[in-house]
Every structure is written in C-alpha cells, then in structure tokens.
Design a binder for this molecule. Structure first.
Ligand SMILES: Nc1ncnc2c1ncn2[C@@H]1O[C@H](COP(=O)(O)OP(=O)(O)OP(=O)(O)O)[C@@H](O)[C@H]1O
Ligand SMILES: [Mg+2]
Length: 503
C-alpha cells in the first residue's frame, strides 16, 4: 500500500470540472511530478489532498487511513505539508517566526495552545533548534531575524519550503516551488528534495512547469488535462508520449532569434523610455546605482540579470509606482521621475507586474472592460474585448468567472489579455511567463510579438532568457543594481547568457 492513495477524486466548480475521477499514488521516498496545462486541475488536486478543498467524490488515504474528513491542521499533524503556488506570508513577522509557527502548528496540541491564547508561551529551545535546522537547510539562516517583507520572491519561496520541511514531514505537496528561484537556488532546492526523500523517506508530489527540474527529480509523472489524468508512468517515457506533447509541451523551447518585423520608423524622435543616472532605495537598502539606458521607440528591450539585480525596481519606477532618489526618467522626452502612476498610464505606459496582476473580486469580463479605461466609443470597446477573447479563447468561456478563482496561469493570461485588448505605447512585462505551461508560453510570446508588430514598444523582464532573447532587439544587462552592458542582442547575447549562468 502506497503512503498516499487518491482514488476517483472529482471536484466541480459550477459547470467547470476541475477534477474528474483522478487517481494517483505516492509512495515513501518517491517523487511524483504533476504536470499539465494551465487550468488542468493540478492545484485543485493538492487542495483536495491537503484538506483545503473537500472533494465532491472519491477517497484520499494516507498511511492506510481515510483522511478526506480531516481538517487541514489534522492532516498537517499527520505529516502532510504543502507550499503554495502564490507565496503566502505574514507581513510584520520575521523569517524565523514563520518557521517557528509552522513547527508549532505541526505538533500535537497540548497545554501550549492555552498558553498561546493567553500569550504566555515563548519558543522552546527544541522549537528554535528545529527552526534553525530548517532555515539552514534552505540557506536562509542569515535572514532569520529579517522581516519577511525584505525577502525577494525567490527567498520567499525558500522560506515556504522551510516551513514545509520543519519537524517531521512525511509527504510534501509542492506547488511550483521553483518559480522565481535563481539558477543556483533551483540546484540547491533539487538537492534538498532528493536528500529528504533518500535520507528521511519523505514522499513528494510536485507541480512544476520547469521540465528540466521535474525530469531530474521525479521518478514518475502524472499528466492532467481538463481535470483528467491523460498519462502517467516513468518520467522519461511520459515526456516523449505524443499525447502529452500535444496537450502540454508545445514547442517546449524558445524559437531562434527572430526580431519583431516592425517597419522601423526611427525618426530620430525621443526614446520611448529613458533612464539617466537613476539611483533608488528601499529604506536603507540601495536597489539601483547610477542606472542609464534608452529604450528606442518600437523596439523590444530585454532587461536581464539575476534575482535582486534591480529589474523590478526599474519597472516600478518606469510606471510611477515608486520614485527614484536621484536621476532623470523620461517617457517620449517628457521627464516623469516625480509623476504619479495615473499620469504615466495616460502617456500610454502599462505595467504587467509580477505575481497575479488582476482584480480578483471582479469577473474575467469586467477585468478586460476595466482595461479599456475612458474609451467611450461602444464599437471600439466591443472590438477590443472581442480581440481579447480571440487572442486567448480559453478565457472566452470564463467571462463570468471571478478572476481570483482562475488558476495561477489563467490569471497571468488574463493580465496579458487585458493589456492586449488595447495595446499600450510602452508595455512593461515583469516575469510574464512565470507559472505558464510550455504550450501557453508559446502562445503568449506570439501574442507579444503581434503586439509589437502593431507598433508597441516592449520592455521585457523575463526569467526564460532564451524566450526574451528570441524577441529582443536590445539587451540591458544588470548586476547588483548596476547596468554593466547595453547593446544589440546580436552582440551581447552570448556574454549575457554566460553571466546569468555564473550568477
Ligand atoms: N473556486 C473556483 N471557482 C471556479 N473555478 C475554479 C475555482 N478554482 C479553480 N477553478 C477552475 O478549475 C480549473 C483548475 O484550476 P487549478 O488551479 O487546479 O489549475 P492548475 O492546473 O493548477 O493550473 P495552473 O498551472 O495555471 O496553476 C481552472 O479552470 C480554474 O479556473
Ligand atoms: Mg496551479
């Protein structure tokens, strides 16, 4: 009998069948990869195993015992731990506090609960030791006392992992744990997970769109599509299965460099965006040092650099979300470094930020409608909305669904559809492909290409470097808050690739 046995689990949301009679097993010390297109039901399956969602039908057994009736915390005490696709941390608490709280809540309830409620109990030495072991394992010991707000996305993911592994995990449910990690952290993560499986016999079910990682880690793969298991078996054979390639993998790789075919109207006019000697800080932390570069109108510029290099800070400054401490920022020749966000938006600048950039409590259709702003002409509004459904037909069937209930990847697609309904003059896309399945990543990059060919300028921040290089005319390369190279893709691509591998 396997440690985890899921039999015939179904879950419906209104007319949507998120899971349709899904069965999977995960045994002691085994890593099972869960893959499939965006919206396939992967996260829903983990929710049904961890207890966040009750299945409509089917059974979930752990260590020979039925658990579908157990609450999340009871399953956690049995050793079932999870990380979330969207990192869930508590602002105001330190890194170490997060792990201590996770450890305590995974232990049997004793007197400490009463003491906790009365605010009397401090952390015991045993708890502190367990927390520092877990933080040490993920390489965050130096950040133990820092507030969680100071962590970038990659480190926040590592903290989530520390919370999942503290104490005695028996089954880890990991939802896209590598998304946002640096190359070197992905490597450390892979070693940590294999080590836990080998030395402590921990079982792992991992959702991942990074196929290199999943093929290295997973003994077996289960592929979901439209809520059904469409393939399962030994990792290598599943990855070459034609059904899986058709449903999930798409081209699976970046196309060779094919610059956007824009009729260059380089009239010698001002750059679409210009940074001159820009410095920026978050409190005492200095994020940018003397940053200068130009984005020519109609071009695609890739802003490349390791995590923490300052790319998102540049995106925030360019869209007016934060202001630099010194230097000049101009859009089409007008200085904007002190301008408010709405003013910059009116100049035709749109940012698709990291994370989930949609209005969760509005429907899919309302999200698209909102992006049309002050456009009064009804025919033009209708045309723009229709364009969004055409670009991403999978959203057309979801017009009334609340955007917050879309899957992680579907939310990113909606964010892009909103923007592309009325292409902006300057589009800044921050890690657009995070959490996208390979086949939809192809679609997304083709949609970006189309938007550039209609005349938009694009500033692209992208972890999938080859995808960005396939589109970009120009590279701005960053390291530790400084620009170290600016130039045409054809000249800089190799040296920037080498720098990123080394970082
Ligand atoms: N609360 C909900 N109400 C309505 N539909 C929902 C709800 N939760 C999930 N869904 C739908 O169920 C389907 C499965 O979603 P799920 O989050 O499990 O997908 P996923 O495979 O994890 O996708 P991704 O790779 O994008 O994260 C999606 O189509 C999603 O829109
Ligand atoms: Mg998901």
């Amino acid at each position: 009998m396997a440690l985890l046995e899921v039999n015939g689990v179904s879950k419906h949301f209104g007319g949507i069948s998120a899971l349709d009679s899904v069965s999977i097993n995960v045994d002691h010390g085994e890593v099972v990869g869960l893959v499939g297109p965006n919206g396939a039901g992967k996260t829903t399956l983990l929710q049904c195993i961890s207890g966040l969602l009750p299945p409509d039908e089917g059974q979930v057994s752990f260590d020979g015992r039925r658990i579908e009736h157990l609450a999340v915390h009871d399953r956690c005490r049995l050793g079932i731990r999870r990380t979330f696709q969207k990192v869930e941390l508590f602002p105001g608490l330190s890194v170490e506090d997060h792990v201590l709280l996770a450890y305590r809540s995974s232990r049997p309830v004793g007197l400490t609960l009463v003491e906790d409620l009365l605010g009397l109990s401090g952390w015991t030495d045993d708890e502190k030791e367990a927390a520092s072991d877990a933080l040490g394992a993920v390489g965050l010991l130096d950040h133990a006392k820092s507030p969680v707000e100071s962590l970038d996305l990659g480190r926040s993911r590592l903290l989530e992992l520390a919370r999942a592994i503290v104490g005695e995990p028996r089954l880890l449910l990991l939802d896209e744990p590598s998304s946002g990690l640096r190359n070197r952290d992905v490597e450390a993560f892979a070693q940590l997970v294999s080590g836990l499986c080998r030395s402590r016999n921990v079982a792992v079910a991992i959702i991942e769109h990074d196929l290199d990682l999943v093929s290295r880690l997973a003994d077996r793969l289960v592929v979901l599509d439209f809520g059904k298991v469409i393939a399962s078996g030994e990792t290598r054979s599943v990855l070459v299965d034609p059904v899986v390639r058709e449903a999930y993998l798409g081209s699976g790789e970046a196309r060779p460099h094919r610059p956007v075919a824009v009729p260059r109207t380089d009239t010698g006019g001002p750059p679409a965006l210009s940074f001159a000697h820009v410095d920026a800080s978050y409190g005492p932390y200095r994020a940018l040092f003397d940053v200068s570069f130009n984005v020519p109108p109609g071009s695609v510029t890739a802003l490349l650099g390791p995590n923490g290099a300052g790319k998102t800070t540049i995106a925030r400054i360019a869209s007016g979300l934060i202001h630099p401490s010194s230097g000049t920022v101009s859009i089409q020749g007008a200085t904007v470094q002190s301008s408010r966000t709405w003013k910059i938006a009116r100049m035709g600048v749109t940012l698709i930020p990291e994370g989930r950039p949609v209005f969760g409590s509005l429907s899919v259709e309302e999200n698209v409608e909102l992006s049309l702003g002050s456009e009064k002409n009804r025919a033009r509004r209708r045309e723009a909305v229709e364009r969004a459904w055409e670009l991403f037909p999978r959203l057309a069937g979801r017009k009334r669904q609340l955007a917050g209930t879309l899957s992680g990847g579907e939310q990113r697609i909606l964010a892009l559809a909103r923007v592309l309904a009325t292409p902006p003059r300057l589009l800044i896309a921050d890690e657009l492909s995070l959490g996208l399945a390979p086949e939809i990543t192809d679609e997304v990059f083709e949609a970006l290409r189309a938007v550039c060919e209609r005349g938009s300028t694009l500033l692209l921040i992208e972890q999938q470097v080859e995808r960005a290089l396939g589109l970009a005319d120009q590279i701005v390369a960053l390291r530790s808050g400084r620009v170290w190279a600016v130039g045409p893709t054809s000249e800089l691509a190799d040296v920037v690739r080498a720098d990123l591998v080394a970082s």
